[in-house]
Design a protein around this ligand. Structure first.
Ligand SMILES: *[C@@H]1O[C@H](CO)[C@@H](O)[C@H](O)[C@H]1NC(C)=O
Ligand SMILES: *[C@@H]1O[C@H](CO)[C@@H](O)[C@H](O)[C@H]1NC(C)=O
Length: 359
């Protein structure tokens, strides 16, 4: 008797799951104002595209990852800090009526080495003008002390002059997520922009609990998507018995994980609590997977080839399109910009020659 009742319950659960398709969202209450699944699947594609090394295809939004949910994206500025091997872009997603800012993750020789180093990162910088807030100097500098920040800020300002006060969505994966977090914080704290939203994928911890409190205050619309056993989201480590000394994630985590067995496996999006370190979410499993780090929502989040800061660019793009500005500095860092006012009138020539240069 008992067993039959149990079987019925199981059957009902599977029926309910099946009717929801392959994705099942656990909802304890209505979280739709906090987390939007559709938006996550769009932003993950921007976080993936920013890894592309063919700058021509990326700038003209014709790259192999520049389609699907991001079609029609208007690139405003593509910034490549060659010296530090960093890449980011700013543009307008007209369908979202939003400015998108995306940061590339690390491009070092091996992801394994990069992850190993994360274990030992110290909280070694006092965040300026934020008493008690400590962050990791390396992540902070990647955004604040490279050509990335001035490029982003000027592009955001030019874009806002034309499109007005539309919302800004900042995204990135892995170290790109760490940079995206510093960028979102910078835009609100130092530039007084209030409609900034952040959504990162598989980002490491970047600061301590005091920094997290400031972060919640200035960037309330922040989502950190984590995936299964992704190793990077567990790093640098969180030591719950040293609350004053440890790194601490900011909220709100959304943890993607699979439940079920065999052919009946469903992806669950767990909306975590407001602490940033919800023990029911990614912290409930061990962080032992690199492959869970490199794919979110089935989207590839790494460069096509590892190991080099390879850049491919077609010189014709600049020659054929006088409204595209190409700037390099003494260190060889690159900035490709479009005047949004001009580019909204002109159309990019679709015939791009095959002459490429790599450096
Ligand atoms: C979620 O985001 C999509 C894409 O921006 C939007 O069309 C939809 O209305 C949003 N849903 C909610 C509940 O806000
Ligand atoms: C910024 O970078 C330069 C050289 O890359 C370095 O000398 C300087 O100490 C850095 N400043 C900070 C605040 O990290």
């Amino acid at each position: 008797m008992e067993r039959w009742r149990w079987l019925k319950v199981v059957a009902l659960i599977f029926l309910l799951s099946a009717s929801e398709g392959r994705e099942l969202r656990i909802k304890h209450e209505d979280y739709s104002h906090i987390y939007n699944h559709t938006l996550a699947t769009i932003l993950v594609e921007y976080a993936s595209a920013v890894y592309m090394s063919d700058l021509t295809a990326l700038f003209t939004w014709t790259c192999t990852r520049c389609n699907d949910m991001t079609m029609g994206f208007e690139m405003i500025e593509l910034i490549v800090d060659v010296q530090n091997c960093l890449q980011a872009f700013v543009g307008v997603a007209h369908d979202l009526n939003a400015i998108i800012i995306a940061f590339r993750g690390t491009q070092e020789n091996s992801i394994q080495n990069w992850i190993q180093d994360l274990f030992w990162k110290q909280l070694d910088l006092n965040y300026p003008d934020m008493p008690d807030a400590m962050v990791h100097h390396g992540f902070y500098s990647a955004y604040h002390n490279t050509t990335i920040r001035p490029g982003i800020i000027s592009a955001v300002q030019r874009t806002r002059e034309l499109y007005g006060d539309i919302r800004i969505m900042v995204t990135g994966h892995s170290m790109g997520g760490a940079m995206a977090s510093f960028c979102a914080f910078d835009l609100t704290v130092n530039y007084g922009i209030h409609n900034v939203e952040l959504m990162t994928f598989g980002q490491p911890r970047i600061g301590n609990a005091a920094f997290t409190s400031y972060f919640h205050k200035y960037v309330p619309h922040a989502i950190r998507v984590t995936n299964g056993h992704d190793m990077v989201v567990h790093l640098p480590p969180y030591y719950y018995y040293f609350p004053q000394k440890t790194y601490h994630h900011f909220a709100r985590e959304v943890w993607l994980h699979n439940i079920g067995l065999g052919s009946l496996v469903y992806m669950v999006e767990e909306i975590c609590d407001g602490s940033g370190e919800d023990p029911r979410c990614s912290r409930s499993v061990s962080g032992n997977s690199i492959s869970d780090h490199l794919q979110y929502f089935g989207v590839e989040l790494q460069a096509e080839t590892w190991g080099t800061c390879r850049i491919i660019m077609d010189n014709n793009i600049v020659q054929d399109n006088s409204f595209i500005q190409f700037q390099t500095d003494l260190a060889g860092n690159i900035k490709l910009s479009k005047d949004p006012a001009v580019s909204s009138i002109l159309k990019l020539s679709s015939e791009i020659g095959s002459r490429s240069s790599s450096f």
